[in-house]
Write a protein that binds this ligand. Structure first.
Ligand SMILES: Cc1cc2nc3c(=O)[nH]c(=O)nc-3n(C[C@H](O)[C@H](O)[C@H](O)COP(=O)(O)OP(=O)(O)OC[C@H]3O[C@@H](n4cnc5c(N)ncnc54)[C@H](O)[C@@H]3O)c2cc1C
Length: 432
C-alpha cells in the first residue's frame, strides 16, 4: 500500500469512535442471582434488556469487551428493510402467507427503529435518507427493471426505478447503469445510537458488566449457572445476543452463525462541496454485486465512508485500505487523491439461509444472524426477544423458531469462505 494513501492522523479504529468515545462504565460486582442475564451488549442485548427491565425483571448484561464493542459501534449505519431472500424464495420454503409475514417484519423493523429513536430522544443523526441500489452492469439493470415491473406488489409503493439517464440525480458516477431508489431507507451514526441505547438501559436500571466474558453455561433446575471472568451467577432466564462474535460458549448457535469480516474506510475531510456533488441527495448506496459494497457520506457531509469485502481471507484493516480505496475510486474517480483517515473491520453474523433467527433452544433465548442488516433487525428482534422473555404477546414474530440450519462439518470456522468469495468475485466480474 502507498503510504501517501494515509492521512497524517490515520487510525485503524472506527471513525465513529472519534465522535463517540468508548464508554467507561462504573465497575459493578457480579450479582449472585438475577432474573435475566443477557450475553452481549450490542443493539440486540440492550434492546432486550430495556424490555425486560421495564417489565419488572432484574436484568444483567454481560460483555466480554467494552460495551458495544462488536458490530453495533462499527457498522455502516445504513438502515433498510433488510430481509435478504425475496418473496419467491421465501414462498417456496414457507408458503406465500408466511413469506409475506416475514418480509413484513423487515418493514416493521425499519419503522420501529425510527419510532424508538424518536420516542427515546436519541440524538444519533437518524435521517430518512433513502437508498440508491445501483446496477453494476446493463444486464443487472434489466434484471432489476423486470423484477420491479413484474412484482410491484412486493415492493414498498414508494420504490422507484432510476433509469441510467436519471442516475446522476442520485449519484455523480458513471459506474452504474441505473438502479432502484428506496426513499424510506435511512441512516444514522451507529456508535451514537448505541450510546443512546446504553444510556437508556442504564437509566432504566439495567446492570451492565463489561470486560466480563461468559465462559460456560450450566443448565440447572430453575435456570442457568453462568461461569464468567468475575465468578459465577445464577439466572432464571438467559438470552444470547452475540451476533458475528458468537463463540463456543453457545455451540448450537455457533454452528449456525457464519462470521464474515466486513471492512470500512473513511476518507479524510474532502474539499468543500465535493460530497454534496458526489452524493447530491445524501442517499446511502449499495449495488447489485454479490460481493457487497456499501457507502455513504458521513453525517457532517465532509467524508465518504466506504465498506465492503476485499480479500478472500480475513485480513488486517491496515492491509485492506488500498483495495477499498481502489474500489472507491472506480466509482468516484474524483477521489483518486483523497486520503484515508480511518480503516476498520468487524464481524457480521451470516446464516446459511440468509434469514435472521430468533427463538429458544434448550431454554436459551437467542436472536442473531442479521446478515449485515442488523441496525434495524437487531434492534427490533432484540426488543421482541425481551418482550418474549417478559411473557408479552408483542414478543411474537413471523420468524419465531423457524428451523435454523447448519451444515455438516461446520463448527463455527467458515473454511468455505475463501472459495465462495472467489466464486462471487468471478461472477460479479464476468457473469453479471
Ligand atoms: C463493518 C460492519 C458494517 C456493517 N454495516 C451495517 C449497516 O450499514 N447496516 C446494518 O443494518 N448492519 C450493518 N452491520 C451489521 C450490524 O452491525 C450487526 O448486525 C449488529 O450490530 C448486530 O448487533 P448484535 O447486538 O446482535 O451484535 P454485536 O453488536 O456484534 O454484539 C455482540 C457482542 O457480544 C459480545 N460477546 C460475544 N461473546 C461473548 C461472551 N462469551 N461473553 C460476553 N460477551 C460476548 C461481543 O464482544 C460483542 O460486543 C455491519 C456490521 C459490521 C461488522
Amino acid at each position: 500500500m502507498k503510504t501517501s494513501l494515509l492521512a497524517p492522523n490515520y487510525k485503524d479504529t472506527p471513525y465513529w469512535w472519534d465522535r463517540t468515545k468508548r464508554p467507561i462504565l462504573a465497575q459493578i460486582d457480579l450479582p449472585k442471582k438475577v432474573d435475566v442475564a443477557i450475553i452481549g451488549s450490542g443493539y440486540t442485548g440492550l434492546q432486550a434488556s430495556i424490555q425486560t427491565i421495564r417489565n419488572g425483571l432484574e436484568t444483567l448484561v454481560l460483555e466480554s469487551e467494552q460495551a458495544g464493542w462488536g458490530g453495533s459501534s462499527r457498522n455502516g449505519g445504513q438502515i433498510s428493510t433488510s430481509i435478504k431472500p425475496n418473496f419467491t424464495e421465501l414462498s417456496k420454503r414457507f408458503g406465500s402467507e408466511h413469506a409475506r409475514a416475514i418480509l413484513q417484519e423487515g418493514e416493521n423493523a425499519l419503522e420501529w427503529v425510527g419510532k424508538f429513536i424518536q420516542e427515546e430522544g436519541i440524538d444519533c443523526d437518524f435521517l430518512k435518507s433513502g437508498r440508491f441500489h445501483g446496477a453494476h452492469t446493463p444486464n443487472q439493470y434489466q434484471i432489476l427493471k423486470r423484477n420491479f415491473e413484474q412484482n410491484q406488489q412486493n415492493f414498498d409503493p414508494e420504490t422507484q426505478l432510476i433509469s441510467p439517464a436519471e442516475q446522476h440525480y442520485e449519484i455523480r458516477s458513471n459506474f452504474y447503469h441505473g438502479g432502484l431508489l428506496y426513499p424510506n431507507h435511512a441512516s444514522l451514526d451507529p456508535a451514537r445510537y448505541h450510546q443512546g441505547l446504553l444510556d437508556c438501559a442504564l437509566n432504566c436500571g439495567v446492570k451492565i458488566k463489561d470486560r466480563c466474558a461468559v465462559r460456560k453455561i450450566e443448565r440447572q433446575n430453575e435456570g442457568f449457572l453462568l461461569y464468567t471472568d468475575s465468578g459465577t451467577l445464577q439466572t432464571r432466564e438467559l438470552a444470547v445476543s452475540t451476533g458475528g462474535y458468537t463463540g463456543s460458549v453457545t455451540p448450537w448457535q455457533q454452528r449456525r452463525i457464519i462470521p464474515i469480516g466486513s471492512y470500512i474506510i473513511a476518507t479524510e475531510e474532502l474539499e468543500d462541496g465535493l460530497v454534496d456533488h458526489l452524493i447530491p441527495m445524501n442517499r446511502v448506496i449499495t449495488d447489485t454485486r454479490k460481493l457487497v459494497v456499501y457507502y455513504r457520506a458521513s453525517p457532517d457531509r465532509k467524508r465518504i465512508l466506504f465498506g465492503g469485502r476485499v480479500s478472500l481471507n480475513e485480513t488486517d484493516p491496515n492491509k485492506s485500505v488500498g483495495a477499498l480505496h481502489t474500489q472507491l475510486t472506480k466509482i468516484f474517480p474524483q477521489l483518486a487523491a483523497a486520503r484515508v483517515s480511518h480503516s476498520w473491520m468487524g464481524f457480521v453474523g451470516f446464516t446459511f439461509d440468509f434469514l435472521p433467527h430468533t427463538g429458544v433452544k434448550d431454554g436459551i433465548n437467542y436472536s442473531m444472524g442479521y446478515c449485515g442488516s442488523g441496525v434495524s433487525l437487531a434492534s427490533y428482534f432484540g426488543a421482541k426477544m425481551g418482550q418474549r422473555i417478559a411473557g408479552l404477546p408483542e414478543g411474537k414474530s413471523a420468524l419465531d423458531d423457524i428451523s435454523f440450519p447448519t451444515r455438516p462439518l461446520y463448527f463455527g470456522n467458515p473454511w468455505f469462505l475463501a472459495p465462495s468469495i472467489l466464486f462471487y468475485q468471478l461472477k460479479d466480474r464476468y457473469f453479471s
